[in-house]
Design a protein around this ligand. Structure first.
Ligand SMILES: *[C@@H]1O[C@H](CO)[C@@H](O)[C@H](O)[C@H]1NC(C)=O
Length: 470
């Protein structure tokens, strides 16, 4: 259970960058007004750049288009009711992910990583190649072939038949970074499986064994059955059969965001539902912040997220004193040191304000009680749009009060390191234009911050006032 923490730290630095690559190139060229527009723009950019690669002979499917194979005739002498429905629905809404809902007589060969829909009667043969990770085009992810057969003759015989649906998804990818663990897997998996109320079989490819161990508490609530590791099936004649399989999991707007209308099963899920689920799963006691109305004199609790490497607070003690002066009980916590996610969730839930520099640690906001406050300190270098997309908008979807504080050049260690004439200080736009690696090198990896507590005081006051109104 401990092993996820160190991985978290190192991979996090690298992979945080990868998402930023996608986000940033667009932002550097466009003064986007709102984060939602940015999400759409990023999605569009991904498609324009043909990062959405389709193999030869495949049809490119545009965003928001669902392709539905023809419903098959229900007449089959030996056919089951499930087989009569037989269809495949391809979905790439939002453009980050692609999924196939395969309904009917579905047979899975894990050696080939193929999912086959066996029609009840003759139908057109169709094939899809699906990235089962929620972000397309990550190089190490094994693709899944979904095939709708022409007829039953070519179908592999079932060796194991389930009467519950399955969700097939990949780990690997960018998992290991706390933000990606939630945004790329846990939230999309919640969307895909919550409506089954535990009666669903998870099938995992690109397995990382530490991952289901680290998130066991969540996975056990989503599925009552042990997940199947598709990587280790060495019997090529083993064919698992299901009445319905969801191939791939769907990330809606990038990371910690849910579009209620897109949730399957008419569930209309939201991020508020996801955080309610977190409180249920981890038995978190608080579903509201400290009430200063009901408990006058009680000091609300502020958690400052301590970071060990880049984007550190250089004057952590001074910030804590400023928070105390503003009326909070304030502590710095290194959330990634040798604790389970379960323990971490309980710690975070006991606070009313989460304060930290932009980074994966802010993902802990999912454990805060609704109505609590997330304060994001945005590093120097025109990083506010990325910050808003990754944490600002999600915080609002979770029902949190969101505040941000944009670091000035004077508060950034980049100024003393590079001098006032360096382009990274004088002209951040030029750094953004020169490429994502320069942008992440300067603004995410080399930068620490020394907060001017006088300039920061109004943000603390705003957080306090918000809690005062609860
Ligand atoms: C499953 O796929 C493997 C690899 O393509 C193949 O050798 C095997 O025959 C398949 N099994 C069945 C039952 O079709």
């Amino acid at each position: 259970m401990k092993s996820w923490a160190p991985i978290n730290l190192n991979v996090g630095l690298v992979v945080g960058v990868l998402f930023v690559l996608l986000t940033y190139l667009v932002l550097s060229q466009q003064a986007a007004s709102s984060g939602l527009n940015v999400a759409a723009t990023v999605a569009q950019w991904i498609m324009d750049k043909h990062l959405t690669t389709n193999g030869p002979g495949e049809t490119f499917v545009a965003s928001d288009v669902q392709q539905t194979a023809e419903k098959q005739a229900a007449q089959d002498s030996g056919g089951s009711a499930a087989a009569e429905k037989g269809k495949v629905v391809y979905n790439t809404k939002g453009s980050y992910s692609e999924t196939c809902e395969v309904d009917g007589d579905v047979r899975i060969n894990s050696t080939a990583l193929s999912v086959t829909l066996v029609p009840a009667s003759w139908s057109e043969r169709r094939e899809w190649r699906i990235w089962p990770y929620s972000r397309k085009n990550l190089p190490d992810i094994k693709m899944v072939t979904v095939t709708q057969l022409e007829d039953k003759a070519a179908a592999p015989p079932c060796t194991e038949t389930y009467n519950i649906p399955a969700v097939l998804f990949a780990l690997g990818g960018l998992t290991g970074n706390f933000w990606h663990d939630f945004g790329d897997v846990l939230v999309p998996l919640f969307i895909a499986s919550r409506h089954y109320d535990g009666e669903v079989q998870f099938l995992i490819s690109n397995m990382k064994p530490w991952w289901p161990a680290a998130y066991r508490t969540i996975l056990q609530r989503l599925s009552k059955y042990d997940a199947v590791n598709l990587d280790v099936d060495d019997d090529a004649q083993h064919v698992r059969c299901f009445p319905h399989v969801t191939v791939g999991i769907h990330m809606h707007n990038g990371g910690l965001s849910i579009v209620p209308e897109w949730a399957p099963g008419g569930g209309r899920l939201s991020m508020a539902d996801f955080t309610r689920f977190m409180r249920e799963v981890y038995a978190l006691p608080r579903d509201a912040p400290a009430s200063l109305v009901r408990e006058p004199g009680k000091r609300p609790r502020l958690l400052l997220v301590h970071r060990g490497h880049s984007r550190r607070f250089m004057n952590e003690q001074e910030i804590l004193r400023a928070a105390e002066a503003a009326g909070f009980e304030a502590v710095a916590v290194d959330l990634r040191r040798d604790v389970t996610v379960d323990a971490q969730a309980r710690v975070v839930n006991s606070f009313d304000v989460l304060l930290g520099v932009h980074g994966a640690g802010l993902t802990n906001a999912v454990f805060l009680p609704p109505g609590a406050v997330l304060v994001q300190v945005v590093p120097y270098g025109k990083m506010d749009t990325i910050a808003t997309l990754e944490f600002g908008l999600p915080a609002k979807e979770m029902g949190l009060k969101y505040l941000d504080y944009v670091v000035s050049a004077e508060e950034s260690t980049l100024l003393e390191m590079l001098g006032p004439e360096h382009p990274a200080i004088k002209d951040p736009d030029s750094i953004h234009r020169s490429g994502w690696d320069k942008m992440t090198e300067f603004y995410l990896n080399k930068q620490d911050v020394r907060i001017d507590v006088a300039r920061f005081a109004p943000v603390l006051a705003q957080a306090f006032d918000h809690l005062h109104q609860q």
